[in-house]
Ligand binder design. Structure first.
Ligand code: TRP
Length: 337
């Protein structure tokens, strides 16, 4: 709870192109579900995207596309705040202050930096290194209490709590920043590659057949599921056995999340059969749930001035809240403005 007793939710999606069903099921579908219960901020984190070089024209298009995805998925811009990070300068201002609170040792433990920087760490941008401090700023600038994220972001959220706690202690302002809670429902939200279920579904994997993107047509979805890896044995009859077949287990998770059907019910339905019926039904479920979103995104992308206006209005509303926190922070830290 924040000081006025309401729960405040913030989450962010990076505009790096081609959002896929992993992004949808892991984050955006959850946003849609919780939007009526909480005060929600849904941010397009463009400043995070540029920690890795982005073509400027493509960045603009991708930013609008994330906004279009939020809207097409059913987030109501009148009840929630949809905006892009860079147009509320308080995020970057607070991030600088948090850079001075966070310890080098804390950042050195971040596994996402290690993954993203790869072997050539010396050549990664310094922005990529301090990326988690900007994420902490996104959350703390609105004194958010709950953050819906995929399980891969749990470590960043723990860091945010550590930073908030240290700020509150260092400046003797107990409870100034609430310690935000992750909202991670379960492992089902982690959708893996259709080609190799030991890897997360990702837009950076070379093969298009590893993922289903939200703008895929029915034919593309059909072809991708047809090619998706399963197993050489029929569908087992227990969840324990299915879990060992990683690719099958992943497809069941997709089926389960999209149709809100428990895994064991799906396993019962197809046990002992080969995978063709299962794949046909999964294809139908994907087409039914995903292509309407893709179609709506296409329509919205044809009216870019509308999307720009949505972001502008959202940014103005977000700025009103953020301004209050940054003024308090400047005062607490001893900065004159
Ligand atoms: N780091 C998140 C990701 O890659 C994106 C993000 C940026 C975010 N700021 C955030 C998520 C604030 C939740 C809250 O998915």
């Amino acid at each position: 709870m924040n000081e006025s007793g309401t729960k405040v939710v913030l989450s962010g999606v990076q505009p790096t192109g081609d959002l896929h069903i992993g992004n949808y099921l892991g984050a955006i579908k959850k946003f849609v579900k919780i939007q009526s219960e909480f005060d929600c901020f849904f941010c397009v984190v463009d400043l995070h995207a540029i920690t890795v070089f982005q073509d400027p024209k493509v960045l603009k298009k991708n930013t609008l596309e994330v906004a279009a995805t939020y809207l097409a998925s059913g987030i109501d811009p009148n009840k929630n705040i949809i905006f892009n990070q860079s147009s509320v300068p308080c995020h970057a201002e607070l991030a600088w202050i948090l850079n001075c609170v966070c310890r080098v040792g804390w950042l050195n433990r971040m596994t996402q930096f290690k993954d993203k920087a790869g072997k050539d760490k010396e050549n990664a941008s310094t922005g990529l290194y301090i990326y988690p401090n900007l994420m902490a700023a996104d959350i703390l600038i609105y004194k958010a209490t709950h953050v819906p994220v995929g399980s891969d972001q749990k470590q960043h959220l723990e860091l945010t709590r550590d930073i908030a706690q240290k700020f509150n202690n260092d400046f003797g302002c107990e409870d100034f920043f609430p310690l935000p809670e992750p909202m991670i429902d379960n492992e089902i939200s982690r959708i893996m590659s259709l080609k190799d279920a030991s890897k997360k579904m990702s837009k950076s994997e070379p093969s298009d057949f590893s993922r289903i993107i939200l703008t895929d047509t029915a034919d593309q979805i059909r072809a991708k599921i047809k090619k998706a890896k399963t197993a050489d044995v029929p569908m087992p009859d227990t969840d324990q056995e299915v879990t060992k077949l990683k690719e099958v287990s992943n497809l069941i998770n997709i089926y389960s999340s999209l149709s809100d059907t428990p895994r064991d019910k799906i396993i019962n339905l197809y046990q002992g059969k080969n995978f063709s019926d299962f794949k046909n039904d999964l294809t139908d479920i994907l087409i039914k749930n995903i292509t309407p979103i893709g179609n709506e995104m296409g329509k919205l992308m044809n009216d870019q001035s509308y999307l720009v206006e949505i972001l502008k209005q959202g940014s103005l509303k977000a700025y009103e809240k953020a301004k209050k926190t940054i003024n308090e922070v400047y005062d607490i830290v001893g900065l004159i403005r």
